[in-house]
Ligand binder design. Sequence first.
Ligand SMILES: Cc1cc2nc3c(=O)[nH]c(=O)nc-3n(C[C@H](O)[C@H](O)[C@H](O)COP(=O)(O)OP(=O)(O)OC[C@H]3O[C@@H](n4cnc5c(N)ncnc54)[C@H](O)[C@@H]3O)c2cc1C
Length: 440
Amino acid sequence: MPNDYDIVIVGAGILGLSSAYHLKKNNQGKSILVIDRFGDVAQGNTARSNAMFRNTFTSRDNLILSDTSIDFYLDTQKSGVDLGLKKSGYLWIMSEKQLSSSERYIQKMLDNKIELRTYDRQELKRLLPTLKTMFGESDESRLLKIPDIAGAAFGVKCGRLDPEKLSRFYSDGFRALGGKIAFNSNVRSLIAGVKEPLGIEGEPFVWQEGRVTGVSVEGELQGEIRADTVVIAAGVWNNELLDPIGIDGHVKAKKRQLFTVSAKQNPSLQALIHTTGFNNIDVLPFVILPKSGCYVKALEENNEFWLGCEDEFNRPYLNIPEKTLDNCKAEPSYYEQSLYPILRSYFPEFENAKPAQMWAGYYSMNTVDSMPFVFEENGMIIAGGGSGSGIMKGDAMGRIVDAVYREGDHAVTTLYGGRSYEADRMSFKNRSVEREEWVI
Ligand SMILES: Cc1cc2nc3c(=O)[nH]c(=O)nc-3n(C[C@H](O)[C@H](O)[C@H](O)COP(=O)(O)OP(=O)(O)OC[C@H]3O[C@@H](n4cnc5c(N)ncnc54)[C@H](O)[C@@H]3O)c2cc1C
């Protein structure tokens, strides 16, 4: 029986769409279908993201995946496509301990030609006069163990973009090349078959070469869709499809939350948004505070901040989350009791600030090394493990999926700008990604 498509991709988030675009662009004769259970592109965790990007990594793999993707996004926007991209920069504010343990990593990044500036406490205070840098012996700072600020590192080729615009850029390009997308269609299961079927009931047998031969779908698209290759880019839902056929998806879902605070009625918060001296758009850069990974993102066009925090301990992992994100909600108490006390300790202008909106999503965590992966297995190419940075590495990931499709796990991918990357560094059989050292 002939296949319905050469390639079926499950998932129309950033990873599925970037893969679809690069696959179609480089294999124009191939028929490609993307399937998603939501009604439009990027309605999963891509839509719930903070969508920040940075190239400030010590790991060679993180660096090349993000740096080439950022170059592609910058050049795409320069060519006239609005991706909502702003190079506002990343400002890591650090305690004495963090600064001294980061010194060699900062040097490594400078050696790798990453644009990075450093500030001591006085310089930081000059640029951010309201930032509280010394805490003395107050009861609250003792209780919260708020460290004094010693300095900061500033990543220049870093900033934010609009994940929906980026996703639409890929989906429009994919469709213009003849690719198809089926929305409101849930892939219920993968079809386990064999490379050379004998037509005997009960296949695949252990002595046969088993492979996924298609997907079983319900919704607007119905029935069995046969494909030569199935790409799994279902984000935190990869395990839902892979567990039943005995393949380890290597991801677990971890909830992350974002809270917005409006600056409209608050002149001191407005002044903070329009901080000068860091970038040429005169906006506060993305700030990471020295305590608990709390961060502050300024959006001057909305006159608001987005605020978040990293919580690891006591935040459960989920192996297979619910099919929609409807019940994945932000917790007001998390803002009030965890994030807010740290925030207003460093930036007193947030005193009494209440969140106007809040939402939550899931990081698709590769629990081994927090790095993404692409690997081939039984007729599938599986991409995932964005681990909180899938958008900033999205373009490179799509190119790697395409290279693995054309040349297999051992493909050497040409990333944007001409840099090459050995795809099997990101596989599991031959995994050799460099650990990220700069985790503060
Ligand atoms: C709060 C938060 C902040 C973040 N901040 C950043 C950041 O600053 N920078 C950054 O780079 N990354 C960030 N991330 C991570 C980033 O959002 C993800 O790495 C990225 O969006 C993952 O893309 P994806 O395509 O793998 O998954 P998704 O966007 O979740 O897409 C998966 C798609 O697969 C579909 N699907 C799944 N199963 C099926 C099925 N059986 N049938 C049909 N369709 C199916 C889903 O409907 C979904 O549309 C953040 C994430 C969160 C939650």
